[in-house]
Design a protein around this ligand. Structure first.
Ligand code: AAT
Length: 298
């Protein structure tokens, strides 16, 4: 049972630890793939943790789910068929359904227990699964891509981090289920399943902590896609308070920095969105100098 403060420690972010105050422990279990914890926090709503890494808090999840969804969807002229890999909490499915052009969504999440737990304990996220446009499958996202014969206009990879901390007290690290989604082959597989003009967007880790992983993946992307870009959003409950997105397009004309679909620029207050708007879409590609330098070297 969790009590007091939940502290997020991992060898992926050594020497730092973010804490949230726990009001009530809701669920703690080992699934077939990972350790799953959900708790009610005092000030951030419900929080889900997988293998010791915070996956979302209800307070700030919009800054991640809306950005990972609308950066690619609003950069595509006609995003009718969408594939979501991961995203077992339902947040990205929930956001995808808000786009008026989306007709069909397929989602492949590795861990059915994450889906069930979010439906039961976090309806604000799990509600994403209640839509007839969605076909929900369980399995490894990379294997699914290899097998499927469908083509998609947009592929969103809402993945957990590739390496996870060992259990409490241990000093070793082990590979998490998302390892298969952070290698070069995965990007080649996605390209094959994108329709002409298709776009992908993947969880792209943190520039303060993982610049070399980010640059390695971007370099691979540049060798297979004509247009590649990197954006980031500010999410207080993710490591170092921000998280990036890797964006690739098969269409050489795509300019990710300038959204094609622009909603209510004059009065963004009326949109059913908490974080995303066209200005923050454009701003999310502006890099600090150290990252601009690292990206230039790719
Ligand atoms: N929506 C924000 C939360 C996530 S969830 C990431 C999801 O990816 C989890 O549900 C996990 O079970 C799923 N997943 C992991 N590996 C695979 C795989 N190989 N195939 C399919 N799904 C997978 C992202 C949080 C980001 C955390 C940043 N520190």
């Amino acid at each position: 049972q969790l009590t007091g403060w939940y502290t997020e420690r991992s060898p992926m972010w050594p020497g730092q630890a973010f804490s949230l105050q726990v009001e009530e422990s809701i669920l703690q279990k080992k699934t077939k793939f990972q350790k799953l914890e959900i708790f009610q926090s005092t000030h951030y709503g419900k929080v889900m943790v997988l293998d010791g890494a915070i996956q979302f808090s209800e307070k700030d999840e919009s800054s991640y789910q809306e950005m990972i969804t609308f950066l690619p969807l609003n950069s595509h002229p006609n995003p009718r068929r969408v594939l979501i890999i991961g995203g077992g909490d339902g947040g990205v499915a929930r956001e995808t359904m808000k786009h008026p052009l989306v007709e069909k969504v397929v989602q492949c999440e590795i861990d059915a227990e994450v889906i069930e737990a979010c439906k039961k304990y976090v309806p604000s996220m799990g509600c994403g699964f209640d839509n007839p446009k969605l076909t929900l499958l369980t399995g490894d996202g990379s294997e699914f891509l290899e097998k499927t014969e469908d083509k998609f206009d947009v592929i969103i990879t809402d993945a957990s981090d590739p390496v996870v901390a060992a259990d409490e007290g241990g000093s070793e690290t082990k590979d998490g289920p998302a390892v298969s989604l952070f290698n070069e082959d995965y990007y080649t597989r996605m390209k094959e399943k994108l329709a002409p003009g298709g776009i992908l967007c993947c969880q792209g880790e943190n520039m303060w902590l993982h610049a070399s992983l980010i640059c390695r993946l971007l370099k691979k992307c540049k060798s297979i896609f004509p247009v590649v870009d990197y954006a980031y959003t500010c999410t207080p409950t993710y490591p170092s308070g921000q998280i990036g997105f890797i964006l690739c397009s098969k269409n050489p004309e795509t300019n990710f920095k300038d959204p094609i679909t622009v909603w209510g620029e004059a009065d963004a207050d009326d949109l059913p969105l908490k974080y995303y708007n066209a200005d923050i879409h454009r701003a999310s590609f502006v890099m600090p100098s150290f990252m601009r330098k690292a990206l230039k070297q790719i």
